[in-house]
Design a protein around this ligand. Structure first.
Ligand code: MN
Length: 282
């Protein structure tokens, strides 16, 4: 089958290493496209869950596919999220066409696009809006504040901030959470004169124009591969949401026949990952 050529593909919130991850569906999507640039916009590998030692073959296949793209010199940005924040230590790391970053800014046909995961807004939304002003000054400042806040929160025995915990409380609070998130992202993007702001994190795919007194921005969210099975695609000056559903029934049928995949321990998983990444070093 001929692969669909796409200028930019954005996926986020895959949560490899968790039971909820639809790695098989993601793999069949990735195999159907030929991106020039792939942006992995956070929470790709769920390192928080790693101690549960769940790492089926299909999850490794996703990694293998991505390293295969690197071997073909596809530009891949691994943008860190909160579930893979350990990778923030490696920000600035480059290997071949792979780059680990906290954010990406691209010029897309003369328009400025800003990509980041979005967990940095957790603190703002749970505390005070004045923190958003700091975000406008420096995104990296927000990351530091978040890290500090999580550190304190963990020390106090409350655990890390988690949007999913908050969202599960009620539908009403979920709607408010999503609206707040989108507005904060848009406000900061507008004050920095971006045309597009592209996030993940809230597992809510969407493309919408958001206005405030100072201007307007197009807000985009790539959704997730837990429930929505969505991606963002940029082509010929336009964005659209890809939704994996046409093959969904077929995949479901396959899944019921699938035998239980063997589980591996942490050390084996880690060694396999290292081996996988070593292959593409050039
Ligand atoms: Mn997240």
């Amino acid at each position: 089958m001929k692969k669909r050529e796409v200028e930019v593909v954005v996926i986020s919130d895959i949560h490899l290493g968790t039971y909820g991850c639809h790695a098989g569906e993601l793999l069949s999507y990735l195999k159907s496209v030929k991106p020039k640039i792939l942006i992995l916009n956070g929470d790709i590998i769920d390192i928080w869950q790693f101690n549960k030692s769940y790492w089926p073959e299909s999850h490794m296949q996703v990694i293998k596919h991505i390293t295969g793209l690197l071997a073909k010199r596809v530009k891949v940005y691994y943008v860190t999220g909160n579930h893979d924040e350990m990778l923030r230590k490696f920000v600035g790391f480059k290997m071949g066409s792979l780059q680990i970053v906290n954010k990406v800014v691209l010029n897309l046909d003369g328009k400025k696009a800003w990509f980041f995961h979005g967990d940095v807004f957790d603190v703002i939304m749970q505390n005070s809006k004045w923190l958003a002003k700091l975000g406008a000054k420096g995104y990296d400042t927000l990351i530091l504040i978040n890290r500090l806040f999580n550190h304190i929160s963990e020390k106090m025995g409350k655990g890390k901030l988690s949007f999913s915990k908050k969202i599960k409380n009620s539908v009403k609070s979920a709607v408010k959470f999503i609206n707040d998130f989108e507005q904060i992202a848009a406000d900061i993007a507008i004050s920095n004169a971006y045309d597009y702001v592209v996030c993940g994190h809230i597992h809510q795919p969407g493309i919408k124009k958001i206005k405030n007194k100072e201007g307007e921005v197009t807000y985009l969210n790539s959704g997730d591969w837990i429930e929505n099975l969505t991606a963002l695609e940029y082509n010929n000056g336009a964005w659209k949401i890809y939704q994996f559903d046409e093959d969904l029934q077929r995949v479901k049928n396959v899944k019921t026949n699938r035998k239980k995949e063997p589980e591996m321990n942490n050390r084996v998983i880690f060694e396999n990952l290292v081996r996988e990444f070593n292959f593409v070093r050039h």
